[in-house]
Structures are given as structure tokens and as C-alpha cells.
Write a protein that binds this ligand. Structure first.
Ligand code: BG6
Length: 548
């Protein structure tokens, strides 16, 4: 097989130039860089905020060893919108090991200079800040480009010319469609470039059901051991999702009240303003259930519902998450209509501007019945959560971008404040995951005054993360996860078993929907979803937080 015009060359000076353009960070090789990263980690660890970065499961041996970060699909959407942007931010924070190199692989013909130009354009488009020329010079010097047709196994030999397995850890980031995962694994195995230290990073969708997920995981397992595999859910890189561990397991007021004795029900909402964003084809084959609920919402759910892990090591956390996932009561063909809602947005208005409906988006097939919204009433069959429903909902083109958890505590058994409230409102803990990250507790308070009667008012104890931690730099999910993959810390990544448990439960819904031929309920863009989602929770005499 002829290798297409091979115009790649890796600058032999990459390593030297990276140091040269950034001399102040390189007095004695890496120590300054490491000093900077330790400093920032420790500062934040002091606040108790970034605990997972200091955890014992980090592989000390390779934690700061330089990497050859190989991005498969370097010119694709995921790479340009997220990875290259996150890596720039890490560069800016001096968190990338000074000798780390980044090798972009894609099927298109190109050279280093062309690749660097594309990176620059991506930053201009997606960074949302002015490019710092000094940082850029340092950043750009790390990159090289290699053209490989990922379906042609013999072309992977080219990697041997560029990857240095002796002094660097090879971190393979699969930023491509899952149908290529098997090819890449085989190509890497065949060309002999991997060693025991090598890692692979992959993202959802890992399959579209349990069967296909197992196939992908099997293909990966044939080449990489489980400890070399880093499965990303970018929600696990979000500070506020991680903060759930701190909130729950470092505060006795929550620890002792976190069960069916005190909690009435819990709502988890991941509402998006965005529509399909030019991804109609991908999304239409996927739908909101697989795109968002199978991963992000179930991950949030596991953090909310899990038992206390014995420590913060990856395995301990995985164990507890798996227990939650395996306790999810399956949705059946008999109860799916009562317990779930599928929705689809029609044209509407968002922030005062008209937006098209799902079926009018670019590239749409007007016969589609894919859901852009899903709501589910979930039961967790274990001791802690017996009788406590979890209501989950997520949708595109909803009224606002809002990701939040609302923990509704039980009503008190007797009301002595009837003058103020016939029905005493119950306490709520609202955890705002994004935007306006923070934690809010709704309580009842006496209105100050010398009236004869005590009058109550609903009030809030409000903790805004940005106000409270204004001196801490808060990184986005991708930044954190890419850095952890380079460091070799598996804590924030998903295990195979977690993914497969999640698919088992999602498959039960998918099967039931197919069986009853559930057509999506329409909702106008810019609303909170179809009326049926309100009815789902209203049947239990409850309401979503935005309606409550
Ligand atoms: C991705 C989904 O995983 O998460 C997208 O594929 C979705 O459809 C996105 O829009 C939401 O992420 P975030 O971080 O904006 O909430």
C-alpha cells in the first residue's frame, strides 16, 4: 500500500526550542515547571478544593514524565474546539511538561506549518480570549503533523519515526468516530510503537448500546490493559461535579441527612441552550438519551447517590459508582410510558432570537423521530434510596443553559406556622453545576419585627464559588482531564464496568421505547421541554424546580 504524499517531518529541535522560547521556566530543566505546577496545585489543595489532584493514586513515576501526546483526528471538531484550546490554556498556566510534544494525526495531506496555522485559527475561533504571543510561540513549537489514513494499518509504521518511547510516555488521544477505534488499536499494536507506559484516551460515545460498547472495549483491551485506558466524561472534570464529593463526604450536616429518612426526592437537570450545532448526522443517530443521559447525567447521579468511598483512589470511587449503576431499577415496556418522556424541539425563540426546529436544522432528515429531550423517573433499589425518586431531565434548545441538582428534603410532620404558610415549604439544597457555580440552601426564616405573631419567609444561604474562591483559577473539564491523562492519574476517568452498567440500564429504556413506538412529544425551542415532562413529575404531586 502506497503511503500518501508523506510531507511530515518532526523538528529535531522541538525539544530544544520549547526550552529556548521559555527560558525563565527552565533554569534546571523541568524543576521550574514542576515548581509552578506544584505551587498551583498546593495552593488550591490548601483550600480543600482540588483534592483529587493530590491523591495517592497518581502514578508518581510518570506523573511528570514528558509525553508524546498523539492526537488521532487532530483536524476534527473535537480536537479543534476542545482539545487544542484546553492544551493552550494548560500551556498558559505552565502545566504542560516542558519536554512534552504534541503530534497531530489526520488523513488530510499537510505539514507542520499548515497544522500550526490551523491550530492558530482554532484558537482565534474558540478560545474567547486574545492569544498571548509569548505563550503561543512556546505552544506552537510543541506541534508536528503526520498524515495517516487510519484505516490503513501499514501506515502506522510512520509513528516509529516520531514517537520516542524511551524518554517520553506515549499518550494516544482518540479524537475520532468510534468506528475507527479498532483500526487505531490494531495499527498501534502492529507497528510496535507501544510499551507498558503507553496510554490511550477515548471519549464517548463508547458504543451506542451494550453490545457495541463491549466490542469497542474488547478491541481496546486486546492492545491496552485496563490501567492504560482513560475513558473521558468531560463532566467529571468540572469543579462543581467533583465538589459533590467534598460536599457530601466532608460535611457532617449533609452526610447524616443524605438518605430516605430526610430526603423526599432529587432532581437533576442538564438543560442546554444549544441546538445541533452542525452535528445533525451524528446527533440523529444518537439522540439525547445516549448523548447526555447515558454518560453525563448518570455520572452526576452516581456522585449524588454513591456510598462513601473508603478513600479517593480511582478504584474505590469506581466501586461505589458501579454499585449505584447496578442498583438502577430497569425501565420496562410496561412502565416506560409512565416513567419517561421523549421530546423534540420545534421552532421557537431563544434570548429574543428566532431559532429553527430540530427538523429544520441544516442537514436534517424531516422523517427523523430522534429525541432532543428526555426526562426519566429513576428508582435506585438500595437501602439508602428506597422510596426516593430521582427525576432526571436533559434537552437541547431549552430556555437557559442550566445544570443543577435539587435535593428536596421532606416536609416536617406538623406545621406550627400556619399564619405564614398553610403548607410549610420544605428545605432544598440546590447545587448549581453550571453556570453560576455554587451551592444554595433554601430555609425558612422569621421576618424581623415586633409583630405579635411570628411571620416566616423563604430565604437562601447562598455560596457562589466565584465569589468565595475568587483567587483560585478554575479550569474547565477538558483542561483537567487532558492534564490528568498526561500525568497518569486515572481517578477522574471511567472504568469499563461503569460504562457497561450504564448501557445495560439505557438499553432497557431504548428497548421499551422501540417496543411501544414512542413518538417524541413536541416542545418549542426556548421552553423547559414538553408538557409531558411536567406531567411526569406532577403525577407524584411534585414539580420541577423552575415551576415550583
Ligand atoms: C457533549 C454532548 O458530550 O456534551 C453535546 O455530545 C453537549 O451534545 C455537551 O452539548 C454539553 O457539554 P457542556 O459542558 O456544555 O454541558
Amino acid at each position: 500500500m502506497r503511503i500518501n504524499a508523506f510531507r511530515y517531518f518532526l523538528s529535531p529541535n522541538t525539544q530544544r526550542s520549547a526550552k529556548a522560547v521559555h527560558p525563565e521556566l527552565h533554569p534546571e530543566t523541568n524543576s521550574a515547571i514542576m515548581g509552578v505546577s506544584f505551587l498551583s496545585i498546593n495552593c488550591r489543595a490548601d483550600t480543600g478544593y482540588n483534592y483529587l489532584f493530590n491523591n495517592a493514586s497518581m502514578n508518581e513515576q510518570t506523573a511528570f514524565k514528558p509525553c508524546d501526546l498523539v492526537i488521532f483526528g487532530a483536524l476534527g471538531d473535537l480536537s479543534r474546539r476542545k482539545l487544542l484550546i484546553s492544551l493552550y490554556r494548560l500551556e498558559k498556566a505552565s502545566l504542560i511538561e516542558v519536554d512534552t510534544r504534541i503530534i497531530g494525526i489526520d488523513q488530510h495531506e499537510g505539514d507542520n506549518a499548515g497544522f500550526v496555522e490551523i491550530i492558530r485559527k482554532s484558537l482565534q475561533e474558540f478560545l474567547n480570549e486574545t492569544i498571548d504571543e509569548q505563550i503561543w510561540a512556546r505552544y506552537a513549537a510543541r506541534f508536528s503533523y503526520l498524515q495517516i489514513d487510519l484505516t490503513q494499518l501499514d501506515q502506522y509504521q510512520l509513528l516509529n519515526n516520531v514517537v520516542d518511547g524511551q524518554s517520553r510516555v506515549m499518550v494516544n488521544y482518540f479524537a475520532v468516530a468510534p468506528f475507527l477505534f479498532t483500526n487505531i488499536c490494531q495499527g498501534l499494536a502492529q507497528c510496535g510503537v507501544l510499551n507498558e507506559e503507553s496510554r490511550m484516551v477515548m471519549e464517548k460515545p463508547i458504543g451506542h448500546d451494550l453490545k457495541s460498547s463491549k466490542e469497542i472495549n474488547d478491541a481496546v483491551a486486546a492492545v491496552f490493559s485496563e490501567k492504560q485506558v482513560y475513558r473521558i466524561d468531560h463532566y467529571l472534570g468540572k469543579e462543581t461535579v467533583l465538589n459533590l464529593l467534598a460536599l457530601r463526604f466532608a460535611n457532617s450536616i449533609f452526610t447524616t441527612n443524605w438518605n430516605h429518612n430526610t430526603i423526599d426526592h432529587i432532581q437533576i437537570t442538564v438543560a442546554e441552550e444549544v441546538g445541533i450545532e452542525g452535528r445533525w448526522d451524528y446527533f440523529d443517530k444518537t439522540g439525547q438519551l445516549r448523548d447526555m443521559l447515558q454518560n453525563h447525567l448518570l455520572q452526576i447521579l452516581t456522585f449524588v447517590a454513591m456510598e462513601p468511598p473508603v478513600n479517593l483512589e480511582a478504584q474505590s470511587i469506581h466501586n461505589e459508582k458501579i454499585k449505584v449503576l447496578s442498583a438502577l431499577r430497569p425501565i420496562t415496556r410496561e412502565n416506560v410510558a409512565q416513567k419517561t418522556v421523549r421530546g423534540l424541539y420545534t421552532a421557537g425563540e431563544l434570548k429574543g432570537k428566532p431559532v429553527p426546529g430540530y427538523l429544520e436544522e441544516d442537514g436534517a432528515n424531516t422523517d427523523s423521530t430522534t429525541e432532543s429531550f428526555v426526562a426519566v423517573k429513576v428508582a435506585i433499589d438500595n437501602w439508602r434510596w428506597a422510596g426516593v425518586p430521582f427525576y432526571l431531565r436533559t434537552g437541547k434548545r431549552m430556555k437557559y443553559k442550566r445544570t443543577e441538582i435539587v435535593v428536596n428534603f421532606k416536609q416536617l410532620p406538623h406545621n406550627i406556622f400556619k399564619e405564614s404558610f398553610q403548607d410549610l415549604p420544605s428545605n432544598k439544597l440546590i447545587i448549581h453545576l453550571q453556570p453560576n457555580e455554587g451551592v444554595e440552601i433554601q430555609i425558612l426564616n422569621k421576618i424581623p419585627g415586633i409583630d405579635e405573631n411570628i411571620k416566616l419567609q423563604k430565604t437562601k444561604l447562598d455560596l457562589s464559588f466565584f465569589e468565595t474562591f475568587k483567587n483560585s483559577k478554575i479550569f474547565g473539564g477538558y483542561e483537567k482531564l487532558v492534564l490528568e491523562a498526561m500525568r497518569g492519574n486515572p481517578t477522574l476517568f471511567l472504568s469499563r464496568e461503569e460504562i457497561e452498567q450504564a448501557w445495560t440500564w439505557i438499553d432497557s429504556i431504548q428497548d421499551a421505547w422501540a417496543h411501544i413506538d414512542a413518538a417524541p412529544q413536541l416542545y418549542a425551542a426556548g421552553t423547559w421541554g414538553p408538557e409531558a415532562a411536567n406531567e411526569l413529575i406532577a403525577r407524584d404531586e411534585r414539580a420541577w424546580e423552575d415551576e415550583a
